[in-house]
Design a binder for this molecule. Structure first.
Ligand code: DAH
Length: 342
């Protein structure tokens, strides 16, 4: 029946209608509910129907009238309350789903900077396992069987006999690389290390190191010192001074610890450097000939230097992070402060 179809079509139109502004809503109102609108027209036509047909159509006609009226009322409300109306599912003015950009972790920023500096000197990058055997973590590095570093309070043992440990330093990668590569070797090894320490502002049970190794013919202590001076000046600033103090490590001979002039007070002395003007940043030395031999490298032909630094320590110096625990707490208030750093 023609009239029923017409009502259905108009009802669908009313239901899908949405107005951009009050003006288009008013046009809609006039078109449907105005004196010469669709509903008036339909009611006029309704009068001409037989009483049977009237029963059928009357109800539908009321549904259409109410729907049109409700649409006008509700859109009017929306415009009055100042809300905007989305025109369709594909409203291009809708804000996008906001995805917050992440930031790089300060330890990653510093590790990447260290890698960049040493790559400029021709060092490549290697990684080694965090779960390591006694040979690579201790024995091949010349640690005596009764060395205190092997004690339970320092090392996390995963198994005893055979000894499997969480590596206590990145020096294990020296052995892995020397066992499998013929000199010349010039590489750095960044990674995570583990020690059985009580967690506090100054110590953690895991932290990060970058190890360096250079093995070739005629490598001297002067090469080591110049490389480390270059590193310190690139990492901190061009006026940074370095100082090497004699020290002991089982895998280097001679060994040294390196201080840099305090980058907070410029070497004058402050609370941070305990009024000495210097802060320690790494250990280093000439690779012990016994270590070269353990890896099948002829110590009469080759010599080398090695160094190892803590990434947390360098990061503390650069960004003055007072508490080591902040690096692993994932507190966004801390991490977001590094948003603008490369
Ligand atoms: N492995 C040492 C540590 O964890 C750091 C170190 C010292 C590494 C001297 C070296 C080095 O390569 O030559 O304390």
């Amino acid at each position: 029946m023609v009239m029923k179809e017409k009502i259905d079509r108009l009802l669908a139109e009313v239901q899908s209608f949405n107005a951009e502004n009050a003006e288009t809503l008013e046009q809609f109102r006039i078109r449907f509910l105005g004196r010469k609108g669709h509903l008036q027209e339909l009611f006029d036509e309704f009068k001409t129907l037989s009483s049977d047909q009237k029963r059928d159509v009357g109800q539908l006609l009321n549904v259409l009238k109410n729907a049109a009226q409700e649409k006008v009322n509700s859109l009017n409300e929306t415009f009055k309350s100042g809300k905007t109306v989305s025109l369709s599912e594909n409203d291009l003015t809708r804000p996008v789903n906001f995805l917050e950009a992440g930031t790089r972790h300060p330890l990653s920023l510093v590790r990447n900077e260290i890698i960049r500096i040493f790559s400029r000197l021709g060092f490549s990058v290697n990684e080694g396992p965090e779960i390591e055997d006694d040979w690579h973590n201790f024995t091949a590095l010349n640690f005596a069987p009764e060395h205190p570093a092997r004690e339970m309070q320092d090392t996390f043992f995963i198994e005893k006999n055979p000894d499997i440990v969480l590596r206590t330093h990145t020096s294990n990668v020296q052995i892995r690389v020397m066992e499998t590569t013929k000199p010349p070797i010039r590489a750095i090894f960044p990674g995570r290390v583990y020690r059985n320490e009580a967690i506090s502002a100054r110590a953690h049970c895991f932290f990060h190191q970058v190890e360096g190794l250079y093995v070739d013919k005629n490598v001297s202590f002067a090469d080591l010192k110049q490389t480390l001076l270059y590193f310190a000046r690139e990492m901190f600033d061009a006026s940074t001074q370095i100082r090497l103090r004699p020290s002991y490590f089982p895998f280097t001979e001679p060994s040294a610890e390196m201080d840099i002039s305090c980058n907070l007070c410029g070497g004058k002395g402050c609370g941070f450097c305990k009024y000495t003007g210097w802060v320690e940043i790494l250990g280093c030395g000439m690779v012990d000939p016994a270590v070269l031999e353990n890896c099948g490298i002829d110590s009469k032909v080759y010599s080398g230097y090695a160094f190892g630094m803590g990434i947390e320590r360098i990061t503390n110096l650069k960004y003055q992070v007072k508490d080591l625990r902040m690096f692993s707490e994932n507190d966004l208030r801390f991490l977001k402060q590094f948003e603008s750093a490369g």
